[in-house]
Write a new protein. Structure first.
Length: 317
């Protein structure tokens, strides 16, 4: 009890000291500025690691962790909302989901192999969410690409320096996720990375056919010192026409992918209700060795189909 009282007194003393220190200032602004500086420092550290990792990985085959970092975490722009997310925290989250859900599933199936397979599928939910976010970002960039090039063109007219124009676009006039991607690319160039390599990383993050064409043209312009204003004018007209065609045909890979994931998850719940609605089917699948084995086999086939769906849906128009 004495120790608890002393702790309370120390806590109250620290609170009074903080209030006295910040007296006459806006505490909220001060704390917000401190958190902002911490966030910027952490982002700078991530960008430094990214430069070291991806300048090597562009020419050397990436491992699983690097592929997840680039093709899911970076492309989804999740760090704009949750700066601490990386491969390790993502794996930890998936393990937590697996541990939390395996016992209820075992109570349903009364067979551990089936519960493990289905639990693994639910543990993949964060990857699916990041994949949908990445596809949404790609669609969003495609829709705004002509507008972005128009803004870039205007800044190049002010000063014929492409990376100056990129920096100004990141400061104003460009929405997420392109704003974060462009800002990171400008920081990388300022830290000494080759402009073409920074543009390569930017292209990998967006992963869009039209944006890739834009980056290829810009890189060629940098190498051969072409007329950047003429290039941007031509690209702006071209991408406005492409977007008009997309709108006319109502093409959207993001909506298709979201619908596919929804249907695939719905299959699990529909199968569960079909088993529970018929007592004979329930008895066969949940209380006989043959039924449990078949259920496990079907679960493995379903998991394999889920894995293949990632490759099947990775296409561009």
């Amino acid at each position: 009890m004495l120790l608890f009282s002393i702790s309370l007194l120390l806590l109250a003393s620290n609170a009074c000291l903080v209030i006295f220190t910040f007296k006459g200032t806006d505490v909220r602004k001060t704390v917000g500025a401190a958190l902002g500086r911490l966030g910027e420092a952490y982002s700078g550290k991530l960008l430094s690691m990214e430069v070291k990792r991806y300048t090597r990985s562009i020419t050397i085959k990436m491992n699983v962790a690097e592929r997840i970092e680039l093709f899911l975490i970076d492309k989804s722009n999740i760090r704009h909302y949750l700066p601490f997310i990386n491969f390790n925290t993502l794996v930890l989250l998936m393990i937590c989901i697996f541990v939390l859900i395996i016992k209820p599933l075992y109570n349903i199936f009364i067979f551990m192999p089936s519960a493990i397979v289905i639990s693994l599928l639910f543990a993949l939910a964060p990857l699916l969410i990041l994949d949908l976010m990445a596809r949404y970002n790609s669609e969003n960039v495609r829709r705004r690409l002509a507008e972005f090039i128009s803004i870039l063109n205007r800044w190049c007219a002010v000063r014929e320096d492409l990376f100056y124009a990129f920096e100004k676009c990141a400061d104003s006039g460009v929405g997420e996720p392109l704003k974060t991607f462009i800002r990171d690319m400008v920081i990388q160039v300022k830290r000494g990375i080759e402009p073409t390599e920074a543009l390569d990383m930017l292209q990998l993050k967006v992963d869009n056919l039209q944006f890739r064409d834009f980056i290829i043209n810009v890189k060629q312009n940098i190498r051969h010192r072409g007329d950047i204003l003429k290039l941007l004018n031509n690209l702006e007209n071209q991408f406005y026409k492409i977007e008009e065609e997309y709108n006319r045909r109502r093409i959207s890979t993001y909506r298709d992918r979201m619908l596919t994931y929804f249907v695939m998850f719905a299959v699990l719940f529909i199968a569960y209700f079909f088993i529970k609605l018929n007592p004979q089917v329930e008895n066969f699948y949940l209380y006989t060795l043959q039924g449990k084995s078949l259920l496990t086999f079907f679960s493995i086939l379903y998991a394999a189909g889920f894995y293949l769906s990632f490759g099947i849906m990775k296409f561009n128009h």
